[in-house]
Design a binder for this molecule. Structure first.
Ligand SMILES: N[C@@H](CCC(=O)N[C@@H](CS)C(=O)NCC(=O)O)C(=O)O
Length: 203
């Protein structure tokens, strides 16, 4: 399998998931101009030009983070990155993936990371408190979003990594801050971040 990524983008979650489940993958950094080493343009794989995207040896291509993460979770040994299908926890995990994607990643962090006008950034700041408050309450006294580490935690960690750059005061959310610190020391997360640090610096 190939994972198309950009350093410290949301695709970091997919790298963490692959590390956590010890699944083999080739990691292909998408350059700013989208021209891939094999000559294709990245939009041939991911129509919006967004990472993450994965490509299997059989030629199956998938973009959209929550779908990519669900696919990796299902490739992994059962329970390693998600819960048993049809368990309540499995659907709560899917709900968290969607929550992180829509309420945090797109609604709050994308505008704050600079892809927006000043007015849109102000609106994003005003929107931040509600989803961060939901997460703060969920994570108070817990190590993970649900009973064990899943791809939803990997995604949330990748997004929380942007707080400082986006001007989101994570110190106002002590449970979230502690959750992020603890996850960063998890071996799969630490390995994935260490692999992408030099690439981010070089970018
Ligand atoms: N709807 C997409 C959004 C993914 C997304 O926003 N990816 C960002 C990085 S976090 C991206 O590739 N932006 C374009 C760029 O960096 O050039 C998904 O859920 O995967």
């Amino acid at each position: 399998m190939k994972l198309y990524f950009k350093p410290f983008a949301c695709s970091l979650a997919a790298r963490i998931a692959l590390e956590e489940a010890e699944l083999d993958a080739e990691f292909i950094e998408v350059p700013a101009d989208g021209r891939l080493p094999d000559g294709r343009h990245f939009t041939a794989l991911s129509p919006m030009g967004y990472v993450p995207a994965i490509e299997t040896p059989g030629g199956f291509v998938l973009s959209e983070g929550p779908a990519v993460l669900t696919y990796i979770a299902e490739l992994a040994p059962e329970g390693a990155l998600s819960f048993t299908n049809f368990s309540d926890a499995h659907y709560r995990m899917l709900a968290w993936l969607n929550f992180v994607s829509t309420e945090l990643h797109k609604a709050v962090f994308m505008p704050l990371l600079g892809y927006a006008s000043d007015a849109e950034r102000e609106a994003a700041k005003a929107r931040a408190g509600k989803p961060l408050g939901v997460l703060e309450r969920q994570l108070a006294g817990r190590e993970f979003l649900e009973d064990h580490f899943t791809v939803a935690d990997a995604y949330l960690l990748a997004v929380l990594n942007w707080c400082e750059h986006a001007g989101v005061a994570i110190a106002d959310y002590p449970a979230l801050k502690a959750y992020r610190a603890k996850l960063r020391s998890r071996p799969s997360v630490a390995r994935a971040m260490a692999q992408e640090w030099p690439l981010l610096k070089a970018a």
